[in-house]
Ligand binder design. Structure first.
Ligand code: ATP
Length: 238
């Protein structure tokens, strides 16, 4: 229903010079959903998330809880409740794990809840607890990915934008990351997830959209897309 529409993207266009990376896509995310954008390299998935985050210029409409994000600065968008885990992780390499986690809470006012969330993160990712005073840049790739997801947990956004959280992770950690995403969602965070791992993404998402060279070619429930012959052929290895 219209009442729980959280993010509305209409005729979104994104260009880099002469390159039209996103050619007028429209999609919606409702409160409480996990929605995934899947597609091949270069389809425009990351660009779409960067537009919502306010870090690149875009055309069309993006509305969050009925308010336009046009011209809204990136830090303000975070403060509105949209947390981000950018591709390439977006952690601060020279700051410690603890500092990275603490910084993720800058826009929160519920200071008493923050220490509880530290404990929660350490329960989910014990590895991060062992590495609290280590600079983020010296963590392994998988550990940096965990830290990036942990930062999203700490920020307690109403909505989180995840750009390929499973990228480069060993299969056991991919399972772990998706478990955490489902848990975040169950505790009230709406999720917009960009993934090349279409199989895992569609298994965990309520709905999905397939992006092909800047346009949406298909959409449906996670289950529908998993069962779709074209999706199987192109994105699930036949
Ligand atoms: P990937 O999974 O490979 O990251 P993607 O679906 O996220 O792919 P985007 O990163 O959004 O795709 O890229 C969409 C298109 O825009 C690609 O053709 C890419 O080369 C181009 N592009 C992205 N960023 C830039 C940039 N900063 N300058 C020029 N072209 C860019």
């Amino acid at each position: 229903s219209a009442s729980n529409l959280m993010l509305e993207v209409k005729n979104l266009t994104i260009s880099y010079g002469n390159i039209k990376a996103v050619k007028g896509i429209s999609f919606e995310v409702h409160e409480g959903e996990i929605v995934t954008l899947i597609g091949a390299n270069g389809a425009g998935k990351s660009s779409t998330l960067r537009a919502i985050s306010g870090v690149i210029p875009w055309g069309g409409e993006i509305n969050y809880r009925g308010k336009t994000l046009k011209g809204v600065p990136a830090d303000r968008i975070v403060a509105m409740g949209i947390a981000q885990v950018p591709e390439g992780r977006g952690i601060f390499g020279s700051l410690t794990v603890q500092e990275n986690l603490k910084l993720a809470t800058w826009q929160r006012k519920d200071k008493s809840e923050i220490s509880k969330d530290f404990e929660r993160v350490f329960t989910i990712f014990p590895r991060l607890k062992e590495r609290l005073s280590q600079p983020g840049g010296t963590l392994s790739g998988g550990e940096q990915q965990m830290l990036a997801v942990a930062r999203a947990l700490m920020s307690r956004g109403s909505m989180v934008l995840l750009d390929e959280p499973s990228m480069g992770l060993a299969p056991v950690l991919v399972q772990e990351i998706f478990r955490v995403i489902s848990e975040m969602n169950a505790s009230g965070t709406t999720v917009l997830l960009v993934e090349q791992n279409a199989n895992m993404a569609l298994r965990h998402a309520n709905r999905g959209y397939v992006l092909e060279t800047g346009t949406i070619s298909m959409s449906g429930s996670g289950e529908q897309l998993l069962g779709d012959a074209r999706v199987k052929e192109a994105y699930l290895g036949g």
